[in-house]
Structure formats: structure tokens, C-alpha cells
Design a protein around this ligand. Structure first.
Ligand code: ATP
Ligand code: MG
Length: 273
């Protein structure tokens, strides 16, 4: 049996607002433990691609072509009810602004516990124990303390850790991280990147990492898709895309990043063109 977790074939998302394709021709396969990066400038369709995969497109956006197979099941025409069962259990996501996904008036541990009660069907006592276990597993040093903190009492990096914990609690096959490290300072960003890499490896979690930052993608991903204006301009293994880009646009993206020290993250021994 193949270990393909997600297979996307020629995905097209139409934008009925201005009657244009928002995304077209996106195809990839992702296996357990594998990490795919999606890069491209603002407005290139990265988030719309993710939202199509999560079954949560904005109003007036619609999947009009192609196929999305999640764990062997075609999810392109699921009902809202069917999506509700899959989303947050088989496929999960974290975004840029963790605070906005948490209730400000409930301690973060309680919110994680609630997810475990609903999604994992655990009893309160078991849910609390599991919450502590999971917080420790994402390298939170003092889970008991963090558990009882309100969102405003925690740093952005800690909140993102809590949100990642909440996202992986139901043991999804795929996690989508859309600009999940963008708002964090560099040191914390590196810690979250390490955590995501660890989860992919240790849990066999398939990851989709969306980022403006090629350094983030270089560190985490085995394959990369470069989007521009909703179209795939380049796609391939990370080394190939970053060391011998075929498309001028990718070269421009890379040039910008080299100025900010992308070399630090490129570990390949291949000569650069
Ligand atoms: N909720 C929405 N309502 C209307 N248009 C939208 C919405 N979300 C995205 N769009 C439009 O769809 C296109 C693709 O946007 P998308 O959010 O996927 O870009 P992105 O690559 O994620 O950009 P960024 O790097 O800024 O997050 C853009 O033209 C954008 O204006
Ligand atoms: Mg986006």
C-alpha cells in the first residue's frame, strides 16, 4: 500500500468575485513524514490553495477543477458536514496569528483539553492528563504552569506551540502551517521550525509549510512549489528549486533571500549555478 497521504491533481480554484482563476494547475503528492513548501509573493494563491485543501474557501471561491484525495478519499465534493468530521481530525492547520484562534478568557490548557474531549472523545480527567503529556511533547518545560495561563499571558512563540499542540492532538495525518512562524522573532521562529521538523519525523506527520521566507522552507521541506498569480511557476525537490531554479521568478525570489543570508540554511553540497 502506498503511504500517500494527500494527492492533489490539477487543482483549480475559481474566484467568482472577479471571475478569474485564483489558483490553477496545482498538483503534488505528499507522503507521511514528508514536508512540502509553498512559496510565492503576496496574493499568489498560497492561502487559497491551503483553504481548498481544508474545505474552507472564502465565499465566492470554488474548486472548479482537479481532484484532492485525502487518505485515498476524494474530498473535492464533500458536504459541509463531512468536512467538519475531517477538518481538525485528519487534516489540521495553524496560521500566523495564534492569539486569534484562542478564547482570551479561558486558560490555554482548558482549551486544549476541550479539543481532546470533543475530537478524541476523552473524559475530563483523561483529557487533562493527555493535555499535559502533549504540552510536554512539544517541549514546553513547565506544562502545569502553561496549562493555566490565559492567552495574553503567553508569548507569541508559546501560543503558537499551544496551537500546534491543539492542531495535532487529534492525531491528524496532515498539518498545514500557513505563515505560522512569520510573526515570531528569529530565535523563536527557529524553535518552531525545529518543532515542526520533529513532529514530521517523530509522528510521521505530513506537513505543508507556507512561507514568504525561503530560509524557512529550505530548512524544512523536501519539495517546493513556487506560485505566482495562482500559477505554478516552478516545482521540484528543494535542492533542485533552490540550487538550480529554472524560472526567472524563482531566481529573483532567491536573489532577494541571498541578500538576507539564505546560504546559512542551504546545506547541499551541489555547486550553485
Ligand atoms: N477572503 C477573500 N476574499 C476575497 N479575495 C480573496 C480572499 N482571500 C484571498 N483573496 C484573493 O485571492 C488571491 C490569492 O490570495 P491568497 O490569500 O491565496 O494569497 P497568498 O499567496 O496567501 O498571499 P499572502 O502571502 O499575502 O498571504 C488574491 O488575489 C487575494 O486578493
Ligand atoms: Mg496567505
Amino acid at each position: 500500500m502506498s503511504d500517500t497521504v494527500l494527492a492533489v491533481d490539477d487543482l483549480t480554484v475559481h474566484n467568482h468575485l472577479d471571475d478569474t482563476p485564483a489558483v490553477s494547475g496545482v498538483s503534488f503528492e505528499l507522503s507521511a513524514g514528508e514536508v512540502l513548501g509553498i512559496v510565492g509573493e503576496s496574493g499568489s494563491g498560497k492561502t487559497i490553495t491551503c483553504r481548498a485543501l481544508l474545505g474552507v474557501l472564502p465565499d465566492l471561491f470554488e474548486v472548479t477543477g482537479g481532484a484532492i484525495r485525502l487518505l485515498g478519499r476524494d474530498v473535492t465534493s464533500l458536504t459541509e458536514r463531512e468536512w467538519t468530521q475531517l477538518r481538525g481530525s485528519r487534516i489540521s492547520a495553524v496560521f500566523q496569528d495564534p492569539a486569534s484562534y484562542l478564547n482570551p478568557s479561558i486558560p490555554v490548557g482548558k482549551q486544549l483539553e476541550e479539543v481532546l474531549r470533543v475530537k478524541n472523545r476523552l473524559r475530563r480527567k483523561d483529557a487533562r492528563a493527555k493535555a499535559m503529556e502533549l504540552l510536554a511533547a512539544v517541549h514546553i518545560r513547565d506544562p502545569e504552569y502553561v496549562y493555566q495561563q490565559f492567552p495574553h499571558e503567553l508569548s507569541g512563540g508559546m501560543l503558537q506551540r499551544v496551537l500546534i499542540t491543539t492542531a495535532i492532538a487529534p492525531e491528524p495525518a496532515i498539518l498545514i502551517a500557513d505563515e505560522a512562524t512569520t510573526a515570531l522573532d528569529v530565535t523563536v521562529q527557529a524553535e518552531i521550525i525545529d518543532l515542526l521538523a520533529d513532529l514530521a519525523e517523530r509522528l510521521g506527520l505530513a506537513l505543508i509549510v507556507v512561507s514568504h521566507d525561503l530560509a524557512v522552507v529550505a530548512q524544512l521541506c523536501q519539495q517546493i512549489i513556487v506560485l505566482r498569480g495562482g500559477l505554478v511557476v516552478e516545482q521540484g525537490a528543494t535542492d533542485q528549486v533552490l540550487f538550480s531554479p529554472r524560472h526567472e521568478y524563482t531566481r529573483l525570489l532567491l536573489e532577494e533571500h541571498h541578500r538576507f543570508g539564505l546560504e546559512r540554511f542551504l546545506t547541499s553540497t551541489e555547486p550553485r549555478p
